[in-house]
Design a protein around this ligand. Structure first.
Ligand SMILES: [Zn+2]
Length: 284
């Protein structure tokens, strides 16, 4: 097994920017103790496959890249630890519970269903195994991300964070938007609460200028990672970006499609623009 979380920093000869990208859902190192009844091929539908690779160049720009190697359906760093589905647990869950709308679809902290339908387990999970996933995966991810954000914020007085995801090309009946084709990109700042609007606007304008359609805060507005770390009044700016999977992959086979190279090139240009945006606002 690889380390659950990998942090890639700029090389020593690259000026460091207060800029962090994180990819919480691209991991596919399935822990032995997961013991799902579904095949890996079905489980892999939940991954934001290749997103860590599409953003893999950002350390060259002076940014830090943090990525999970564990799969999001084992435990999701982009959910609160309160978002536990108690009827999926054997015995009494001894911690606070606040469920989200996604919990009912089986997509809370610990996934119990794939796309609201296929059931992951033929058993209830023990309290000890859920606590282990929180302590040794979820918490580790948050520790690494918050440490990088805090370190850069204390050095520069400001920090920018891009929370990187991909979304299925179409929603389904369980999704907020239903069975419709989605925009090329969706930016989420939880209704202008997790970063300064100029940051969201700059990225929207950039992608629109390259000919893409861009949604804002619908059907995804950002969940736990931007909610927890985005505090624009403290000059901590977090923005979620969702890349439509049709722009780079075959969703059934989980392979790169013929648009991958073009999309990788556009994302490289976008991230260079983001690095310039940050560089213009700090002295490094
Ligand atoms: Zn995601």
């Amino acid at each position: 097994m690889s380390d659950p979380v990998i942090v890639v920093s700029p090389s020593s000869d690259t000026p460091v920017l207060p800029l962090v990208f994180d990819s919480p859902h691209s991991g596919f190192d399935y822990p032995e103790d997961m013991r799902s009844i579904l095949s890996k091929k079905v489980l892999r539908q939940t991954e934001d496959a290749f997103i860590d690779a599409l953003f893999g160049h950002v350390p060259v720009l002076g940014a830090v890249l943090i990525k999970a190697t564990f799969p999001r359906c084992y435990i999701d760093p982009n959910r609160s630890t309160d978002d536990v589905q108690v009827d999926a647990i054997d015995g009494d869950w001894p911690h606070p519970v606040i469920n989200s709308i996604k919990t009912n679809r089986g997509a809370g902290l610990i996934f119990t269903k794939i796309q609201g339908e296929e059931v992951l387990y033929d058993r209830k999970l023990s309290v000890a195994e859920v606590e282990n996933r929180i302590a040794n995966y979820w918490q580790l991810y948050h520790n690494q991300l918050s440490a990088e954000l805090d370190r850069l914020h204390s050095a520069h007085g400001q920090v920018w964070h891009i929370n990187c995801h991909s979304m299925p090309a179409k929603g389904n009946i369980h999704a907020e938007d239903g069975e419709v084709e989605r925009a090329d990109f969706v930016l989420g700042d939880r209704d202008c609460t997790t970063c300064a609007p100029e940051f969201t606007n700059a990225i929207e304008e950039y992608l629109s200028g390259r000919g893409y359609d861009v949604g804002i805060n619908f059907p995804m507005k950002g969940v736990e990672l931007v909610r927890k770390y985005g505090r624009p009044d403290e000059a901590r700016h977090s923005l979620q970006i969702e890349v439509n999977r049709r722009l780079y992959m075959d969703e059934v086979e989980i392979t790169k499609n013929d648009r991958y190279a073009e999309t990788a090139s556009v994302l490289a240009d976008m991230n260079a623009m983001i690095a310039d945006f940050v560089r213009d606002r700090v002295s490094v």
